[in-house]
Design a binder for this molecule. Sequence first.
Ligand code: PLP
Length: 422
Amino acid sequence: MYVKYLKCSRCGRIYRLEDKPVMCLNRDLGRLDIVYDYDRIMEDVKPSMLRERIASMWRYREFLPVPSDKYIVSLGEGWTPLIKAERLGEKLGLKNLYLKDETRNPTGSFKDRAMSVSVSMAKYFGFKRAVVASSGNAAAALAAYGAKAGIEVYAFVPDFAGYGKIAQLLFYGAKVFRVRWSEAEDPTVKMMRLLAEKYGFYPSPSFGPFNPYQIEGPKTIAMEIIEQLDWRVPDQVFVPTGAASLLTGVYNGFRDWNMVGWINKYPRMVAVQPEGNHPFVRAWMERAEPERIKPWEKPPETIATGLEDTFPWDGDAGLRALYNTNGYGVVVSDEEILEAMKLLAGLEGLFAEPSGAAGLAGLIKALEEGRVDRDETIVVLVTGHGLKDPDIVKKTAGDAPTINPDPEEFFKTAEEYYKVSF
Ligand SMILES: *Cc1c(COP(=O)(O)O)cnc(C)c1O
């Protein structure tokens, strides 16, 4: 509808949507950035028209690449609440703290936005088989949307992947393979790439060089934030970061609305990574050139399993987002992430997985580092649901004490075990 063309981020080669491009034919893993016809969007749409629209991310139809409504594969993703965090804000000394609750998406993470767009495009292109290299939230989302669309999903996971996540994939009907990992190269990405390039499978991971469409989904997070803040632009947005596709997508959402003149500035974009794997924030600290990000040298060590990308596939665009918005990166420990999980659940009733709570851990770190003013408007993305990672929950929540049905025993045990007084 409003896509002008696609342009490779590496070699500059131009593609038209009708030619069904997914990966650059030069095979150097450039990302096919989508260029929209902003003039035509400005003629056809006014911000006031949004109010009447559907309560899903598809309310921003003109900024998404799917050519016709009949291809849209939706489970009701997006239009998640932006929650004013009163108790947490008070504890941190912030007057205007908001949580974007992405745990409410159909499969429990923001990846649903990405896969809704990706699978819609697969349907338009006529693909019958999709392939992904992940056992995490991207695979779960792809499996669900693939089921809805009647597209077969093949998922390659490392041989050591935990069973919990695989069970969810199998239930959605995905065909899951554990791939033995013996060389340095990630064998799951190798398989995905082979099946895409040689056998015509549709590659649908949550990073750009292998699929340029999915990254358009998370743009809508930025658009919702603007609408939900009554057209104010926040001062800072905290984003848990792995491949930096989410960071890039959210930035692109603010970019699109600057381009059509609906807003006239950017928030500072803040990338948060765990200590045990922070190649992207390290690149920011070194003021690296966007095309020259070094991968993390060791296996990732963090409870935030959604942030384990040792190479940030969309780090080039992510770094530009930080540089263009006077943004920055912060690094947080696993202990700080656990503490953030407890604060979110205990003060705001919001249960996030470790990757989902990393953004809040980043905000607390940024406050300590003096990077946040108390009256700034801060948005923290809470990206994935706590029940996604039952192992972590079991390990850290502990168990409940057992008592006889006796009030005296209840009061005594409550005082001892939970340290409350009556
Ligand atoms: C994938 C994921 C992220 C990170 O997104 P990237 O695009 O890889 O940077 C953050 N939180 C959760 C819950 C995720 O699943």
